[in-house]
Design a protein around this ligand. Structure first.
Ligand code: AMP
Ligand code: MG
Length: 349
């Protein structure tokens, strides 16, 4: 976290929510590096990019790469993607690309390290609840119990580039997909010597890379979990390469009899996680990890997340139902809370 410094809030804010806004204009741009900005839909979400380059505009190249990652590797909807082929071949070994095998391997490690709080086999349960779909509802207890029999990350066996699922089990990498998008975007940027800096938001996952031509910090705004879309909890000030992801109960949910049913499932119960948190933001050096950890820590709650955060040397912001905001030590150096109604409390570990 040595490169991170506190700064006042200014232009260049990114809202870390599904409706991402980028305001990269207005900075003093050094000669040679031009800002190129683009917002479009890819990986089932809004992608916003600002890339500083002394050469050509590469925003389309990044957007195309994200679509490729979705259709070739990750999508469970696109028939020929690696994940869809593993799901179709349930019970038999399926040969997948090196890239998917590596990402799946990292996801399985995260599942293990989080004791299954992040579980890539939870997809069927998410679909049963249909939280963000046309028929959001509370499923029957028997339905949940039946599907729980077919979940559990240990039911996936990955042997180099061969993946086998226990019969009836499916994989859904939705909780790490946008973070993987950030990893892939960063790979492309690094291959391009003319790119000196960039900030790319794939839904709720963001990567900052390099530096701004005027030397100022990257500004990443974290959504207000109980405010109107476009209002924010506070702002991160960062230099260099970082990955930031937020998971919250406000992103996709329905309400019934005053209870909020959201999209982050507790794999141990098959119900939306109920850990007392309403938002978790993770800052670390890897996109997949930041995305997966935000989901896992949301499920685990603050206390049970501590070891996991240490394992990945990740920094975190937790917001609980009482609107208390907890910042890990490294996070204190770079995040400023500036939303009324929230109280910053001492980090508990
Ligand atoms: P995120 O918005 O990154 O927290 O990811 C949430 C998405 O991941 C959901 O829409 C589900 O498809 C999936 N998901 C929900 N709960 C879990 C979980 N505990 N482990 C893995 N994936 C999950
Ligand atoms: Mg996630």
């Amino acid at each position: 976290m040595g490169l991170i410094k506190r700064d006042k809030i200014e232009q260049g804010i990114i809202f870390a929510c599904s409706a991402v806004l980028l305001m990269g204009c207005g900075q003093i741009v050094k000669e040679g590096a031009e800002p190129y900005s683009k917002s479009d839909v890819a990986m089932g979400t809004v992608v916003s990019e600002t890339i500083y380059s002394s050469g050509e505009d590469s925003t389309d190249e990044v957007m195309d790469r994200l679509r490729e990652v979705e259709s070739q590797y990750l999508s469970w909807r696109v028939e020929d993607s690696d994940i869809a082929r593993i799901n179709d071949g349930s019970g038999t070994a399926v040969n997948i690309s090196r890239e998917t095998a590596d990402y799946l391997g990292e996801a399985l490690e995260l599942a293990k390290n989080s004791q299954g709080a992040f579980d890539p086999t939870i997809g069927d349960i998410t679909r049963l609840w249909d939280i963000a779909g046309e028929n959001p509802h509370i499923p029957k207890e028997e339905e949940i119990q039946e599907l729980l029999q077919k979940t559990g990350y240990e039911k996936i066996v990955l042997n180099d580039r061969n993946a086998v699922l226990e019969s009836g089990v499916t994989i859904d990498l939705g909780a790490v997909g946008k973070g993987i998008g950030c990893d892939e975007a960063a790979k492309l940027l690094k291959e391009n010597e003319q790119v000196s800096g960039a900030v790319i938001a794939v839904g709720g996952s963001i990567v900052t890379y390099g530096e701004k031509p005027d030397g100022s910090d990257w500004k990443v705004a974290i959504s207000n979990p109980r405010g109107e879309t476009g209002t924010y909890l506070g702002t991160l000030s960062l230099k260099g390469e970082h990955y930031i992801s937020t998971s919250g109960d406000y992103q996709r949910y329905f309400q019934k009899d005053g209870v909020r049913y959201h999209h982050i499932m507790d794999p141990s119960t098959g119900y939306p996680a109920d850990s007392g948190l309403i938002s978790v933001t993770i800052l670390c050096d890897n996109g997949l990890v930041s995305d997966g950890l935000s989901t896992a820590c949301f499920v685990l709650g603050m206390e049970r997340s501590q070891d996991l955060l240490k394992t990945y040397q990740a920094e975190a912001i937790f917001v609980d139902e009482e609107k208390n905001v907890y910042l890990s030590e490294g996070m204190e150096e770079c995040f400023i809370l500036n939303q009324e109604g929230y109280t910053q409390k001492k980090w508990q570990n």
